[in-house]
Design a protein around this ligand. Sequence first.
Ligand code: SF4
Ligand code: SF4
Length: 432
Amino acid sequence: MQTNFTPSQLADPHVAESEKILRKCVHCGFCTATCPTYVTLGNELDSPRGRIYLIKDMLENGRPADTEIVTHIDRCLSCLSCMSTCPSGVNYMHLVDHARAHIEQTYTRPLPQRLIRSLLAATLPYPARFRAALKLAALGRPFAGMLARVPALRPLAAMLALAPKRVPDASPSSSPGRHPATGQRRARVALLTGCAQSVLEPGINEATIRLLTRLGVEVIVPKGEGCCGSLVHHMGREQAALQAARDNVDAWTREVDGEGLDAVVITASGCGTTIKDYGYMLRLDPAYAQKAARISALAKDVTEYLDTIDLPEPAVRSGAVVAYHSACSMQHGQKITRQPKALLQKAGFVVKEPREGHLCCGSAGTYNIMQPEIAAKLRDRKVKNIEATGAALIATGNIGCITQIAGAAKLPVVHTVALLDWAYGGPKPINL
Ligand code: SF4
Ligand code: SF4
């Protein structure tokens, strides 16, 4: 694609990077067919190619974002299906991240949107606040239907609908500490315990720690680690996202420089995609560029890490038929497609792959709160495809997908690592 940026515009390294990305796009439109919002809405401006044109126009003319571009960029799930399809290697992720930061700096959203976005940014990344907010949500649930009738308040209604009926107790596994390997130590890893996941399903971290330590891996939950920053990153709040990245880089670097780390293990693929991008996000910060690149190289999804370990024969071969839902951040963001299925099969499960596996379930961070109508359409389409497999349960590797799919599925939804922990000697997941 031809671009017309001036030399002074290109002096901005963010614009220069976006220009390089734009030039790679050859307008072929292959990406439109696999874009969930194009497939759902049928509007070219809700396709990757349409959004790329809108972003190019905004950046080239150096103009503030307007309502049209905000509408279509907000509808983008950042699922990155377009990146898997694109034959030209267009890095849509970095382009849309830049567009979102530009929107945040140049566009004033209506007051209800600003309040809801600020509320999400101030609660979701902080486990104690998030837990308190979920408990309050239980009191507000009877008003969800009423709120849903006012368009500006639909995100609040969606938030109440997504909140679990019972909030699990806080788990010690999410607190800083050391979990020694059973028997001889073969490796030492840091575990990102995460923010929303540790509140919604603390059992995922518990299963990960049990499984890894049984396999001879020491697990550290380092002091100072916190939310990966992706929630605010996807809102365009760049400074908050970069601060979260720096805090985590510092926490894990202390371990790397101390007793050493073989990996930073992540159990939510949405977080994994962001942490693997820390090197890029902090590339312009001389104090962090190198350290962040080193951490990104150490980041591994738990299934990616387990795939590097010699596993024993499973203790329990349940033979259960599992529909594996590959989160977008797993398959498109991190290109991890083989390992989770191979591990489940090796552990004695029969794995089924639903049709249209490349399409997002509509979770996408806070998307199911901010864009509830599109998110619900995608969820229902996903659940129909999953249930058509005839499986007895659903496995996936991202808490956002678990919450979203469980909102409509009749089958239990379980994290992949909880099934692996069960197969290799841990307890049966509580919802099975
Ligand atoms: S990230 Fe997903 S929703 Fe956004 S343009 Fe690409 S395919 Fe479409
Ligand atoms: S597939 Fe790639 S090159 Fe083709 S229009 Fe989409 S982003 Fe551009």
